[in-house]
Design a protein around this ligand. Structure first.
Ligand SMILES: NC(=O)c1ccc[n+]([C@@H]2O[C@H](COP(=O)([O-])OP(=O)(O)OC[C@H]3O[C@@H](n4cnc5c(N)ncnc54)[C@H](O)[C@@H]3O)[C@@H](O)[C@H]2O)c1
Length: 359
């Protein structure tokens, strides 16, 4: 069991059975109601493991959501707050988020606002949530097409990362998680980038060692800057374009979050060559490593305009200017660059001949 130092909560990586989870349930939360939030997939594949192995959870209330980004919205959040009220949940009770990033983001937000804050535990079950979404205290929901527009910073009381849950994760969701692992390498550790690239073709062999290296990148960044006043912004590399792509295609050809971010990283690396001197050789390596795994969907000139409009509404912008993270070199990232709409237009036009029909 690997215990990682955080901003004040337990982060344990290894088998849940060897973790402090059982003791926490039988001490601090011995008399608390337990509510487990899952989606239909984690209900099917992950919940029974928890209920069977942890007697204290046998009487839990289970809240089940439809899988996917569409669930991360206010009307369902409202319904869950109503359900918690019906169950008589108090602020001394415990919410357990068992799922991917949608469940940890939304469940964390639900717990943090309910009765001005109720304790929650994250047990991420997707690779993306293990290496990224469940760490760092960002919780929230979408507002229409705008990603994570409503939310609060709030940490769980504990975060348990058990690789076992990945056994049932579909291949494309593994790929989505690998995209954020690639990002961790690109922004802070060139060797990690290469090691993750090499691992993508053998997802079943993903080791705790590589997981821990990625978790530590995220954890170290958020420890230094928990509220994203500065340094933490580097975690947004690939996300200015990625969120626009993910939002734009949400209703027509939904892409996983990681897939959209992977494409975003290539396009933002292209901008990095023009603006912060990323070498052409490094750029070529990034493009080749990423686009072979994460193809770009077909887009029209109208799509380009709409995606640029979404970037103009990005949360990271200041004074009407699009702010973006860029890579001076692989393993190093700088933030708060103002990138013009014209630059993004030129970049998206450049990629028109690299699109693939995903249908
Ligand atoms: N808070 C943050 O810092 C942060 C960072 C990155 C991403 N995010 C958010 O995370 C979300 C994406 O997370 P995600 O990719 O995990 O999405 P997700 O929660 O939708 O999970 C992806 C899919 O995998 C399924 N799944 C999850 N675990 C499974 C398992 N063990 N077995 C079988 N199926 C399983 C889910 O049901 C879903 O269909 C986005 O909403 C994004 O905005 C948040």
């Amino acid at each position: 069991m690997r215990r990682i130092e955080t901003n004040g909560y337990s982060l344990e990586v290894g088998s849940l059975l060897d973790s402090s989870f059982s003791e926490l349930l039988s001490t601090k939360y011995a008399t608390s109601k337990k509510i487990i939030i899952v989606d239909e997939n984690t209900h099917e594949h992950c919940l029974s493991y928890l209920i069977t192995n942890f007697e204290a959870l046998s009487e839990s209330e289970i809240v089940v959501l439809t899988p996917g980004e569409d669930s991360k919205q206010m009307s369902l959040t409202y319904n869950i707050w109503e359900a918690l009220t019906e169950y008589g949940v108090t602020r001394y009770d415990l919410i357990i988020n068992l799922g991917g990033g949608v469940i940890t983001d939304m469940g964390g937000f639900i717990a943090s606002c309910y009765k001005r804050g109720c304790d929650f535990i994250n047990i991420p079950t997707s690779l993306l949530a293990m290496v990224d979404a469940s760490i760092g205290g960002k919780t929230g929901i979408n507002l229409g097409h705008f990603k994570n527009q409503i939310g609060v910073f709030s940490n769980p009381v504990a975060l348990y990362i058990d690789r076992l849950f990945l056994d049932t994760l579909p291949e494309e969701e593994m790929l989505s998680g690998f995209a954020e692992m690639l990002k961790h390498g690109l922004i802070s550790d060139e060797a990690l980038f290469h090691d993750v690239c090499a691992q993508i073709d053998e997802p079943d062999e993903l080791s705790y060692e590589l997981l821990v290296r990625c978790i530590e990148v995220k954890n170290e960044v958020v420890k230094k800057d928990p509220l994203e006043d500065g340094h933490r912004k580097i975690l947004n590399f690939g996300h200015t374009v990625g969120h626009a792509i993910e939002g734009h295609y949400m209703n027509t050809h939904p892409l996983s979050h990681g897939h959209a971010v992977a494409i975003g990283m290539v396009l933002e690396a292209y901008v990095s060559v023009k603006m912060v001197g990323l070498s052409q050789e490094s750029y070529d390596l990034i493009e080749k490593s990423i686009l072979s795994k994460y193809p770009i969907p077909k887009f029209s000139n109208e799509d380009i305009q709409l995606m640029i409009e979404m970037m103009q509404n990005d949360k990271k912008n200041r004074a009407g200017k699009i702010k973006c993270c860029l890579l001076p070199k692989i393993g190093s990232c700088t933030y708060d660059h103002t990138v013009t709409s014209e630059m993004f237009l030129e970049t998206l036009m450049h990629f028109k001949n690299k699109q693939v029909n995903l249908n």
